[in-house]
Design a protein around this ligand. Structure first.
Ligand SMILES: C[S@@+](CC[C@H](N)C(=O)[O-])C[C@H]1O[C@@H](n2cnc3c(N)ncnc32)[C@H](O)[C@@H]1O
Length: 268
């Protein structure tokens, strides 16, 4: 659960959790922003989002749920519109959407109807904090003792899968950065250890944004032994943008699953 700790939104922050389900990290973000803030939890997958709602029902203290809004859909489709014309904290809802609601209809009323989640993609105010815990190959979770963790890997389909994922990761990161307020923070994380899904994605997107527009800041993870490393500055003959040593790569070592965390700040 390092990514939300690393994002560290203060009370009252306006947070987007772009790929939130089933929601372990969302609840930490909610805890951080308290009642005064807003956490929009988005995911593409209805079944996983429903799991988030079920967990929210048990885990989110009464009252704090008012800070949680749900969205279903592709995180790449969010867009910021007329940022200065809408009053504080009033993201408009499209008329066709049901009102934002995360509670599950009570079972006492018979079989609960399927949950309907708002799908609004238009945002009128930028976010101060964004968590992009992106879909990935999950190479950090492979365990030779658990064949289910690698049975989907085969060549060449895995290479195509990796290429498709990196395109999605880049596009999600571009969108995330476009929704971020000046001086806002975005944490990009994967449970993959491959450079292609981590440093390469970050470097490609920051290069497109242009020098000096977004900086990599120190993840600030405590030193925890040899499983903890930093990002790599070059790979396959390519030099990445400055600052990869400030990222965190944890190698799977029996105690930890592998993952990667990069903290970005929009300059300005
Ligand atoms: C690594 S999991 C997120 C785990 C989650 N942050 C947590 O802590 O429970 C990645 C999620 O991304 C979702 N996803 C995949 N493609 C997406 C997209 N284009 N937009 C939004 N969510 C997407 C998947 O459904 C999956 O739930």
């Amino acid at each position: 659960m390092i990514p939300p700790l690393c994002l560290d939104p203060p009370k009252g922050a306006r947070v987007l959790d772009m790929c939130a389900a089933p929601g372990g990290k969302t609840f930490m973000l909610l805890e951080a922003v308290r009642h005064e803030g807003l956490v929009i939890a988005n995911d593409l997958d209805r079944e996983r989002l429903t799991r988030l709602v079920k967990a929210a029902r048990n885990l989110v203290p009464h009252g704090m749920a008012s800070a949680l809004e749900l969205r279903i859909g592709d995180g790449r489709k969010f867009h910021l519109q007329n940022p200065d014309t809408t009053p504080e904290n009033t993201p408009p809802t499209e008329p066709s959407d049901p009102p934002p609601s995360w509670h599950i209809p009570s079972k006492h009323q018979g079989k609960p109807p399927p949950l309907r989640f708002p799908s609004t993609r238009t945002i009128h105010q930028p976010f101060t904090h964004i968590l992009l815990d992106t879909p990935c190959t999950g190479t950090g979770t492979i365990s030779l003792r658990e064949p289910t963790t690698y049975k989907h890997w085969s060549s060449p389909t895995s290479l195509q899968y990796l290429q498709k994922l990196t395109r999605t990761q880049k596009s999600l990161l571009q969108t995330g950065l476009s929704l971020l307020a000046p001086s806002g923070t975005l944490v990009y994380s994967t449970c993959a250890i491959s450079v292609e899904e981590n440093e390469q994605v970050v470097s490609d997107v920051l290069e497109e944004f242009g020098e000096g527009k977004v900086e990599i800041v120190d993840v600030g993870a405590p030193e925890r032994g040899k499983a903890f490393g930093s990002g790599v500055g070059s790979y396959g003959g390519r030099r990445f943008v400055e600052g990869m040593e400030r990222c965190l790569r944890v190698f799977p070592d029996g105690e930890y699953e592998g993952f990667f965390v990069c903290k970005l700040r929009k300059v300005g």
